[in-house]
Each structure stands twice: as C-alpha cells, then as structure tokens.
Design a protein around this ligand. Structure first.
Ligand SMILES: Nc1ncnc2c1ncn2[C@@H]1O[C@H](COP(=O)(O)OP(=O)(O)OP(=O)(O)O)[C@@H](O)[C@H]1O
Length: 326
C-alpha cells in the first residue's frame, strides 16, 4: 500500500471540509480523486502531503505516518499543488537545479537527473528560458518536473490540468499516464472524462464525504440500480410492450413505433440483478414478435456522477436542510 488514509477528518472552524474518509492506493495505481468544487479535494491533497494536519485520523505514505515519521514519508512524495511553487525569474534549468538541492540529490548526480527529467517531461527546448515567459502548459510541465525530481514513489497531483487549453490538457494527461508506469499517483480533478482517460480507479467525494470508490471501468455499472437496453422488435407497440412489462425485473419501458416497417424501438430499464434477455427472447418469439436488435446501454460516468450529486441534493432538500454551494 503506497497511500493509506484512515478515518481522516478536517474541520475548519465549524465547517467539516473532509468528513471521516478512508481509502488506500496500491503501488503502481493511478487513482482519481473526483469531486465538484468545494468537495474537499485540495484539503485532502494538502493533508496527504503533510502540508496540513488532519483534525483526526491518520495518513501513511509508503508505510510511514506523514506526521509522526514525516521525514521518511516525505522522501517518498512528489507534490504538484494547485498553484505550483515556481520561481518565475529563474530559467527552467536553474530552477530544477535548485529543486535538486532542496531534495538532497547528490551534487554529482544533478546534471544527469535534470537531463533525464527534462527529457521525460518534454522540456528540452525550453531549458534555458525564464519560467515567467513560458506558456501555462509548459509551466505545468515544470511543476511536474519538480514533483518527480528525487524519484518519489508517490505523486500527488492537485487538479493538474486546470486552466490549460485542450491541446495542453491532452499533453499533460499523456505525461501523467507515462509517469504512472513508474510512480503511484493520486490526482484530484473535477472533470469526469479525465478520470476515465487517465485513472485506474476513482474515489468520488462530495461535501467532504466519499460517495463511491471503484475501478473506473466498473463504476458506471456498480453505481446503477438498473440496467438499460435498446431493443428493436417487429410487432405492434401495445402488444410488445405489454409482454416486456410483464417480465420479472422490468422497471420501465419507453419507445416509439415505426409503423412503416412494423417495428418498435424501445428503451428498457430493469433491475441490476435481473438479466431479462433470454426470457424476453423466448416470450417475444412465442408471441411471434422477433427481436431485430438488442443491445445494452451503459451509463456514462458523467451521468452517474450527476445522479449522485443530484440525489444528495434531493436528500438535503427533503430534510428541509438548505445548503449553499461553496
Ligand atoms: N483555509 C480554509 N479555511 C476555511 N475553510 C476552508 C479553507 N480551505 C478550504 N475551506 C473550505 O473547505 C471546503 C473544501 O475545500 P477544498 O478547497 O478542499 O475543496 P476542493 O474540492 O479542492 O475544491 P476546489 O476545486 O474549489 O479547490 C470548502 O467548503 C472550502 O470553502
């Protein structure tokens, strides 16, 4: 286990920014920490990296407690904060030498180390330029470069693509994926597609609480209470929908009739634990209504997330508890 959070809570004044969260990240994983603005992502990243103590709970990096064994733990950490700590009056090269010094890279290894990092992150052509004259995308690369100097096992990246243009976003994501081959990564984001594109697993946080943890690929199914199918069936609308609605597990059937070619096109929603496809096939065949097409309709992560947050808001409303968003 490279990152481990146990019952971590952070209270600012009377406000719980992070509320009793626990999760871990395995060696080699890229974990997405996903949530809307104000969910508690930056607060969590700052606690993981030891910049801020939790009000309660514990955090371990590579087995070391980030506060009780801070020196050991921090040796394993590289951090890209939301606003990277760049000295903009330095050139890329001199800044990276400075970072080597800070991180205790031995003097005789600094030149090679910088060469390696600059190549890996794609900074070769801007090495001699002042950081303040670089584009936002390149500045972010410099931020990533400082994070990986010292070869930390764990990289903590806080909203690494925020404020970049689409081309730069793609480039930074590609670099992160590449870094994921050698480092364990946790990255925070409020962008769902980023998680699907970059991460192996995702923790979804909302209002300081974890609302879901799953493999990126499973999440959309796991959070559903329903499955959805698209079906095209040759037959009259009323008869066909009556048969399907009569199958055990069917929650909803909607669609339209194509009178010209005598088919109906339906969207069928069922409970997750039931796979109705076989039974539907036989029932419709028996009645003389052949299935022309049948396919499963997955939910996108985006829809899942919308669903999660709106459900949460509905809950709050129903309790008469009006909350303003940060
Ligand atoms: N230093 C602070 N003092 C008081 N409240 C804070 C402080 N920092 C954050 N908060 C509050 O804690 C909550 C979580 O903030 P946090 O910055 O961790 O969220 P986030 O998910 O990173 O959102 P964003 O993407 O907007 O930064 C918010 O309600 C925020 O207003």
């Amino acid at each position: 286990m490279m990152i481990e959070l146990n019952n971590v809570t952070k209270v600012y004044g009377s406000r719980k920014a992070v509320d009793n969260i626990s999760f871990s990240v395995d060696k080699g994983e890229i974990l997405g920490f996903l949530g809307p603005n104000g969910a508690g992502k930056s607060t969590t990243m700052k606690m993981i990296t030891g910049y801020m103590p939790p009000t309660s709970g514990s955090i371990k990096i590579a087995g070391y407690d980030i506060f009780e064994q801070a020196l050991e733990a921090k040796k394993h950490l590289g951090y890209l904060p939301e606003v990277p700590p760049l000295y903009t009056d330095m050139t890329v090269d001199s800044y990276l030498y400075f970072v080597c010094e800070l991180k205790g890279v031995p003097v005789n290894q600094r030149k090679d180390k910088i060469q390696e990092v600059v190549e890996e992150i794609g900074l070769t052509e801007v090495r001699k330029r002042l950081i303040r004259n670089l584009s936002k995308g390149y500045k972010q690369r410099v931020g990533l470069a400082q994070a990986i100097i010292g070869d930390p096992d764990v990289l903590v990246l806080d909203e690494p693509t925020v404020g970049l243009d689409p081309k730069q976003i793609k480039e930074i994501r590609d670099i992160i994926k590449k870094l994921g081959k050698r480092h364990t990564i946790i990255l925070s984001t409020h962008i769902l597609p980023e998680v699907s594109m970059v991460c192996d697993r995702v923790v979804i946080i909302n209002k300081g609480k974890i609302v879901a943890i799953d493999k990126t690929e499973n999440l959309s199914n796991a959070l559903q209470n329903s499955r959805r199918y698209f079906a095209q069936i040759a037959g009259p609308y009323n008869k066909v929908t009556e048969i399907i609605k009569g199958l055990y597990g069917v929650k909803n059937v909607q669609g339209e009739e194509d009178k010209e070619n005598g088919t109906v096109q339906l969207e069928i929603e069922t409970s997750v634990e039931r796979d109705i496809r076989k039974e539907m096939f036989f029932s419709l065949a028996k009645a003389g209504y052949p299935i022309m097409e049948l396919r499963s309709l997955g939910y996108s992560l985006e829809e899942v997330f919308l669903q999660l947050t709106t459900e949460e808001e509905k809950d709050n409303e129903s309790m008469g508890n009006i909350q303003t968003r940060a």
